[in-house]
Design a protein around this ligand. Structure first.
Ligand code: HEC
Length: 142
């Protein structure tokens, strides 16, 4: 995770942007890409829901959404699908590792939120988006 963030900072420092983008291409079959994109939109929705719940002081609920939608519990959703429709096995190992780190971070956030401590829960919020940023700044599908 830390290595991914260092990589991100290096990219930012080098002034890399969309036009001459330094991300690594990680192509996958169309069906896997469609699964990945649908999962990503669900992640964004969950993130928005979590932020709203934390803002409203509903920490237990925020932790539950984090675990179910983003946490370790959310892993393996595509396991029963055909190989071509599963994003994970088509990712380079380092990319897959960032995804796993993200699931673990969300479960850790869920554990913190479950304590009901508002300050530590708020302080842990950025850990929910660190993997999103690390992966998006390192990899592209096209
Ligand atoms: C392991 C890598 C990885 C992680 C972690 C990750 N993403 Fe993505 N995401 C991708 C890739 C790759 C794409 C497609 C980029 C492209 O078009 O080339 C994508 C696309 C998306 C899209 C666009 C979906 C569409 O309909 O095209 C959204 C929204 C998104 N991600 C949200 C998130 C959020 C929110 C998180 C964190 C909770 C997250 N992603 C974590 C790899 C990742």
């Amino acid at each position: 995770m830390k290595i991914a963030l260092v990589f991100l900072l290096a990219l930012l420092a080098a002034g890399v942007h969309a036009a001459d983008d330094g991300r690594q291409l990680a192509p996958m079959p169309a069906a896997a890409e469609a699964s990945l994109r649908a999962e990503m939109r669900a992640h964004l929705l969950a993130l928005n829901e979590i932020l709203g719940l934390v803002a409203a002081g509903k920490l237990t609920e925020a932790g539950e959404v984090a675990e179910k939608e983003l946490g370790v519990s959310a892993m393996g959703k595509h396991r029963s699908q055909p190989f071509d429709a599963r994003p994970g096995p088509h990712m380079p190992p380092a990319m897959h590792g960032i995804g796993m780190d993200g699931h673990k971070a969300a479960s850790e956030f869920a554990r913190i939120a479950a304590t009901g401590d508002r300050d530590t829960t708020i302080a842990a919020l950025p850990s929910l988006t660190a993997a999103c940023v690390a992966c998006h700044y390192s990899y592209r599908l096209r």
